[in-house]
Write a protein that binds this ligand. Structure first.
Ligand code: PLP
Length: 409
């Protein structure tokens, strides 16, 4: 690669087939946003839809909105829209609750699909909430959570393993699991796979169908741009739905909630994953945000993502030799993020944020940068590295205040 000038980056942006999608976002002036992997930027359509749903639908229609505006179907409609991005068929995805809550539902349901097997297997580097929810769910059921390092995972599957719980793209390093190969290996030993797609959906092409995936969850507020606390999603392969017994048997997952029957009877299909009343405002914002994805070609998204992460990694290594690459060097082996290690990572990230370059920090020493291909340009990468280089060269991070830890990093 030889993108060795700002002009060369601008030329790449001119030739970028996704260049037009940036206009769909309301990005603040003077900010280079490299944290769309943590909270996606605001799509203009989401702001407009929220105003319409609040004023027009809620304000005017009141309770009639549930049917008049189809609020009641939003979890399935939004779920199907997400499904197209992750290789699911219509009726296999629902948008609901948080990723953590969906993990709980599907960990318990997964254990119940494999009676006689009591182990949930994961890796110590999985995202903490995934492990915490597995701890809670297994404790409740008298099952067991076992952890094995990545290289030993497949060997650790045995006749007691009900479920493998893995995050497709590692939240710290961006390292990518081979979804199809691991799913096949686990299923060959009689186990199910529960994939967490929080850092995958909207970041790279995912094909749950081709991988013969069983169960999956993921996040709505990262690359999907659904807004802070946006509903998450859950996938259950059609072949598992009839037998799926999820523990949060709320009325919205009932076969006919408005019969007000005394006994619970699960809805047919993916609807049985619902629990309580859907958050209509949040779902409407996520639905509008997904319109941008309807037009995006995931092959082009992946190509641009790989180009941006490669450009960033190479420029940073040239400009800032004291930062150590923590992500796979091969773009094909990572998601849409790049992380570097430095003992003063927190202060460096704070100094960058003060310059309008927003990335984030993950303890103990990771500087993490996400590259959302729908709204980032090559020139943003160039400029961000210029700032990072200046912060490192002048030890700007060493100024008072930059080491002060906030509650959210
Ligand atoms: C972001 C993320 C979550 C978030 O869970 P919430 O319940 O939505 O807070 C869960 N798992 C992974 C792997 C994530 O990256």
């Amino acid at each position: 690669m030889a993108t060795d000038s700002r002009e060369a980056c601008i030329a790449l942006d001119r030739a970028d087939p996704l260049a037009g999608s940036r206009a769909g976002f309301a990005l603040p002036d003077g900010v280079i946003y490299l944290d769309g992997n943590s909270l996606g930027a605001l799509p203009k359509a989401a702001a407009a839809r929220l105003a319409e749903v609040v004023g027009g639908e809620w304000g005017d229609s009141l309770i009639r909105g549930w049917t008049a505006h189809g609020w009641i179907d939003l979890p399935q409609r939004v779920g199907d829209r997400i499904g197209r991005l992750i290789g699911a068929r219509p009726g296999e995805v629902v948008a609901a609750d948080s990723t953590s809550v969906n993990l709980f539902k599907l960990i318990v349901a997964g254990l119940r699909l494999r009676p006689g097997r009591t182990v949930v297997l994961s890796e110590p580097d999985n995202f903490p909430t995934d492990l915490y929810m597995a701890e809670g769910a297994t404790r409740l059921l008298g099952a067991e959570l076992k952890l094995a390092p990545r290289a030993e995972l497949l060997g650790a599957i045995d006749h007691t393993t009900a479920l493998l719980l893995l995050t497709h793209v590692d939240f710290k390093t961006g390292a990518l699991h081979d979804m199809a190969a691991i799913t096949r290996a686990a299923q060959a030993k009689g186990a199910l796979l529960l994939w967490d797609l929080s850092h995958s959906a909207g970041a790279l092409p995912v094909d749950l169908g081709a991988a013969n995936a069983d169960l999956a969850v993921g996040c709505g507020y990262k690359y999907l741009n659904g807004g802070p606390g946006a509903p998450a999603f859950a996938f259950v392969a059609a072949r598992h739905q009839a037998a799926l017994d999820q523990p949060l048997s709320g009325w919205m997952g009932h076969a006919s909630p408005f019969d007000f029957a005394t006994a619970y009877a699960p809805a047919e299909g993916i609807g049985r994953l619902l629990c309580g009343t859907p958050p209509v405002l949040s779902l409407a914002a996520l639905d509008a945000a997904l319109e941008l994805w309807d037009q995006a070609d995931m092959t082009a998204v992946r190509a641009k993502s790989m180009a941006l992460t490669t450009l960033f990694a190479e420029l940073v290594e040239q400009r800032c030799p004291e930062l150590v690459l923590a992500s796979p060097r091969d773009a094909g082996a990572r998601g849409s993020q790049v992380s570097f290690r430095h003992a003063e990572g927190y202060a460096i990230v704070q100094a960058l944020i003060a310059r309008g370059v927003i990335g984030d920090f993950r303890a103990p020493d990771l500087l993490r940068f996400g590259f959302a291909p729908l709204y980032l340009r090559h020139v943003d990468v160039w400029d961000a590295v210029e700032h990072l280089g200046a912060v490192m060269q002048t030890r700007e991070w060493d100024r008072p205040g930059f080491r002060q830890r906030a509650a959210v990093t």
